[in-house]
Design a protein around this ligand. Structure first.
Ligand SMILES: [Zn+2]
Length: 228
């Protein structure tokens, strides 16, 4: 559990073949309001798939986003969910998933198993499906930028369990989005899309714990992004 909490998610807003990784045009990657997004599992035990589905659906429905998540069925899957151990947790952002080869997953849970506790599963699944609906990492919100202690962040994330290279760290931590490409709110430290941030990673003592639920801002925001 403590180890998993130090595992960070990678959100991918570009196609794997592209070198340009800063252009996270989230507006561009939003699903059309009212779309039924087909979700297919690629592996994983049925009990685990069912738990993921139940949590993912908290994002959508009459009181939430006006987007459907249709699990299973005959489609090839707009979103394809894998459970490849050791591959970390990651997701493409919104409709970028539709640009990925159909034999490739678009979302992965690298450490969830049928034995994973509910709170851990909720934390990770709510977060990754936030990406699938087009949300970026809250720490890359361009409003009120976080004052990173770059050396400390790089030292931590270069090592296990993440073992990220410099470009991955740049893209997933330090890069900020162009406000013109986003709908955004002031920074919400309680957002499910916020990374846990130890105080040692910032120069002003700012820190974030392990968020496990949708914040009220997350809920308001997704309703505005996908209105009924
Ligand atoms: Zn993420």
């Amino acid at each position: 559990m403590a180890e998993n909490a130090r595992h960070y998610c990678i959100a991918i807003a570009h196609q794997p073949t592209e070198l340009q990784t800063r252009a996270a045009l989230v507006e561009e990657f939003k699903w059309t309001v009212g779309t039924q997004v087909n979700v297919q599992f690629v592996g994983g035990e049925e009990s685990l798939q069912e738990r993921v589905r139940a949590v993912a659906e908290e994002w959508v429905g009459p009181d939430m986003a006006n987007v459907g998540l249709q699990f299973g069925g005959a489609g090839r899957g707009d979103v394809r969910v894998a459970f490849l151990e050791g591959d970390g947790s990651w997701s493409y952002i919104g409709t970028v998933a539709q640009q990925i080869d159909v034999d490739q997953p678009t979302m992965n849970y690298g450490w969830l198993t049928p034995d994973s506790p509910d709170d851990e599963l909720r934390r990770v699944v709510l977060h990754e499906f936030g990406h699938a609906l087009g949300l970026i990492h809250e720490h890359q919100n361009p409003n009120q930028p976080i004052q990173w202690n770059r050396d400390a962040v790089i030292a931590d994330l270069s090592g296990p369990p993440n073992n990220w290279g410099p470009q991955t760290i740049e893209n997933n931590i330090f890069a900020r989005y162009d406000p013109a490409t986003l709908e955004s709110t002031p920074v919400d430290p309680d957002s499910i899309m916020m990374y846990p941030i130890p105080a040692s990673w910032t120069t002003d003592g700012f820190s974030v714990g392990l968020n496990r639920e949708l914040s009220s801002t997350d809920t308001d925001f997704i309703k505005k992004a996908y209105p009924w």
